[in-house]
Structures are given as structure tokens and as C-alpha cells.
Design a protein around this ligand. Structure first.
Ligand code: NAD
Length: 271
């Protein structure tokens, strides 16, 4: 249900690949709430072409950008301000990729070129995006920047592999850059630590089916869906959360604070 929470707000959304993507659902919800935005993704992801449907549906333009490439990012930020007719109020970083995971390398057998690439795409790109916005003076006062993360940054999930380390780095960047963005530009920076969600990136994790059911049974409210995440992000882009910054916000139906649930105990009980 629309509340017009983002009426008049403008932004950039990274990472909508297909209709399962968290960024896709978020773009739809932001549109419903009156926000306007430019969509962006890596040129290679655009070849699948699905993002065009989202652009059409939300009346948005698309600017390709590899989030690890500073020239692409500068072009994206400059053009977005031209298209939207002013500075930005919100930016969503919904990007993740591990080459080690993709190539089936175990955590104990990483190829470090892959590690470096995944770290650049999944973590450093967040710094690059924010540094580009900061130096271009592209954010309005009381703007809001959100990146997506996962609890493997705090606790070990063996098959999350080197993405766990990338997420820990990403969350640290949110705190570090959040200080400067807050002090100098009144902009807030947060990460949302989302439940496992059936998307292309999510399903890349080995044993994802078991993993998602386990999380669902452990969480008193059940897993948060991509749509739930979109709604939470809308609240963080709205004026109702102006003093929330430098936080890693768990959005997981209670999973992160649950030791064990009755459902899980039952599964392991002998009778
Ligand atoms: N799916 C889950 O279980 C889950 C849980 C917690 C957090 N997250 C995080 O949510 C975010 C979004 O992932 P998703 O689950 O919607 O999957 P997704 O596969 O739909 O989205 C990942 C996006 O990253 C983009 N990307 C990859 N390399 C890029 C680059 N160099 N430049 C620009 N974009 C690039 C992809 O094209 C894709 O659109 C990621 O940060 C992911 O780690 C996902």
C-alpha cells in the first residue's frame, strides 16, 4: 500500500538483475511511494535485458556502470543528476559476487585473484560509489545510502565462503564513511542484514535450499522476503529515519537473536 513516503525524492538503484532481485522489488516499491530514480547495473548483466522491463514499468532510465570502475561511476552520478534534474536523496547498493563461489573453490582453497575481484565487487565498490557521490557533492542534505549485507559477517556460515569476509568489510565501510557523510553532508549510511532470499546471488551459495528453510524455522517471524526488504529500505530512504546512521540493521525475522527454536529442537529430538 503506497504512503507517498518518497514523494519528490530522487536516487540511484544498483543491482536489479531480474524480478527476484532485492533491488528490483525495491525499485518497484520506491516507484509506488513516489520516488524517481536511475537504474544501473554492470554492462554484462544488462545483456540479459530484463532490466528494460523494470525501467518501462517505473518510468526510469538505465545507465550501465561497473561499480568497480571509477569512470563509470562518475559518469553515472553526473548523468543521473542531469536526468533527475538535481541532487540525489537516496542510493541503494545491492551488489554482490564471489568468483571463488562461482568457480566452486572452497574457503580453504581460494584463488586470490578471485578473492580480490570478489572483494572489489562486493565491498570496495561501496566505498567507490560513496566517494564518487561525496566528491561530486551529489547528495542532498538528509539523504540516505543503504547497502545490503548478510549475517555471515558476524557468525560463521561455512558455505558463504569469502563473501563472509567481503560483507564484514562492507559493513565497516558503512560505519567509516557514515561518519564523514554524516558530519560533512548530513547524509546517513546503513547496511541491512537481510534473511537468505531466493535470488540469483543467493542461490549461488551451496546448499541454499536447506539453509533458507533452516533460517525460516529459526526465525520467530519467518524469513524476511525481498519485498519485506524493499519496504524496510523505503523506510530508511524516507524522512522518518533521519537520525539512523552507521548501523548494521538486522532484517531477518528475529534469526540473529534466536539461540534455537522449538521447530529445530523437534527435528533433533529422538522421540
Ligand atoms: N539473496 C540473499 O540470500 C541475500 C541475503 C543477504 C544479503 N544479500 C545481498 O543482497 C544484494 C543483492 O543481491 P540479490 O540477492 O538481490 O541477488 P542478485 O543476483 O539479483 O543481485 C546481485 C547484483 O549484483 C550485480 N553486480 C555484480 N557485479 C557487479 C558490478 N561489477 N557492478 C555492478 N553491479 C554488479 C549483479 O548484476 C546483480 O544485479 C547483494 O549484496 C547480496 O549479497 C542477499
Amino acid at each position: 500500500m503506497p504512503y507517498n513516503l518518497l514523494k519528490g525524492k530522487k536516487g540511484i538503484i544498483f543491482g536489479a538483475l531480474d524480478e527476484n532481485s532485492i533491488a528490483w522489488k525495491t525499485a518497484e516499491r520506491i516507484h509506488e511511494e513516489g520516488g524517481e530514480f536511475v537504474l544501473t547495473n554492470a554492462p554484462i548483466a544488462m545483456r540479459m535485458g530484463q532490466i528494460n522491463q523494470l525501467a518501462e514499468k517505473t518510468g526510469s532510465q538505465i545507465i550501465p556502470a561497473d561499480a568497480t570502475n571509477l569512470e563509470d561511476l562518475q559518469n553515472l552520478v553526473e548523468k543521473s543528476m542531469e536526468i533527475l534534474g538535481g541532487k540525489l536523496d537516496f542510493v541503494l547498493h545491492s551488489i554482490g559476487m564471489s568468483v571463488n563461489v562461482r568457480k566452486g573453490r572452497a574457503y580453504t582453497d581460494q584463488k586470490y585473484d578471485f578473492t580480490t575481484k570478489g572483494w572489489d565487487v562486493s565491498a570496495v565498490s561501496f566505498h567507490k560509489v560513496m566517494q564518487t557521490l561525496y566528491q561530486a557533492e551529489a547528495m542532498n542534505d538528509w539523504g540516505s545510502i543503504v547497502a545490503l549485507t548478510y549475517m555471515a559477517a558476524q557468525r560463521t556460515f561455512p558455505d558463504y565462503n569469502d563473501m563472509a569476509d567481503n560483507k564484514a568489510y562492507l559493513e565497516s565501510i558503512a560505519r567509516s564513511f557514515g561518519y564523514f557523510f554524516g558530519k560533512d553532508k548530513k547524509v546517513r549510511v546503513n547496511t541491512i542484514s537481510q534473511s537468505p532470499t531466493p535470488t540469483t546471488a543467493g542461490q549461488g551459495v551451496k546448499g541454499f535450499g536447506g539453509f533458507i528453510s533452516y533460517a525460516d524455522k529459526m526465525s520467530p517471524l519467518g524469513n524476511a522476503t525481498a519485498l519485506d526488504c524493499a519496504n524496510y529500505t523505503v523506510s530508511l530512504f524516507s524522512d522518518l529515519t533521519r537520525k539512523v546512521t552507521m548501523q548494521n540493521l538486522f532484517h531477518d525475522g528475529g534469526f540473529s537473536n534466536t539461540g534455537v527454536s522449538n521447530e529445530v529442537i523437534e527435528k533433533f529430538s529422538e522421540e
